[in-house]
Design a protein around this ligand. Structure first.
Ligand SMILES: CC(C)(COP(=O)(O)OP(=O)(O)OC[C@H]1O[C@@H](n2cnc3c(N)ncnc32)[C@H](O)[C@@H]1OP(=O)(O)O)[C@@H](O)C(=O)NCCC(=O)NCCS
Length: 133
């Protein structure tokens, strides 16, 4: 049975493990910095038989804006609704915000659209800077 924990702590090593499971490298931060970053977001994790199988993070100012990051489900557990369950919790937490934004990978686009996300439609464009690269 899959258990979802909301507003929970996620260890830096667990985070690295989940990213590696979907082929993502982990940003170049030491464990202390990484842990501090993980502790600043509202995290949702999914466990099955004690093993971590999924996660998502909400970076939230508590009133206006929130962003969704690091939606990950390990390959062996994908397509069983775990990603949708994680996202549902993140969006419940952000339901009163003015804007919830995210960057969608191709694999996640359908999932996000199902929850109402659309390409920016107000004439603007999402823009990104990656200073640490
Ligand atoms: C995106 C991701 C988190 C979805 O997790 P999941 O547990 O498989 O999602 P769900 O089972 O809740 O699927 C919900 C819907 O999303 C879509 N979806 C999920 N995985 C998909 C895939 N590999 N390709 C296309 N659509 C997919 C489908 O519409 C799916 O519904 P369906 O199974 O009824 O067809 C997972 O595929 C993943 O970790 N991918 C690699 C990392 C990644 O790209 N993360 C997104 C960052 S923005």
């Amino acid at each position: 049975m899959v258990e979802v924990e909301v507003g929970t702590r996620l260890e830096a090593a667990e985070y690295r493990g989940l990213r590696a499971a979907v082929g993502w490298s982990t940003p170049p931060a030491d464990d202390a910095a990484l842990q501090a970053a993980l502790d600043r977001t509202w995290n949702v994790v999914a466990r099955e038989a004690g093993a971590l199988v999924g996660m998502g993070r909400l970076l939230d100012d508590g009133a206006l804006y929130a962003t969704v990051w690091d939606m990950i489900v390990v390959p062996e557990a994908q397509r069983r609704g775990i990603g949708a369950a994680i996202l549902r919790h993140l969006l419940e937490r952000a339901e009163d915000r003015t804007i919830v934004a995210l960057v969608a990978t191709a694999a996640a686009r359908d999932l996000y659209e199902r929850f109402g996300f659309r390409d920016e439609d107000g004439g603007g464009t999402g823009m990104f800077l990656r200073p640490s690269r």
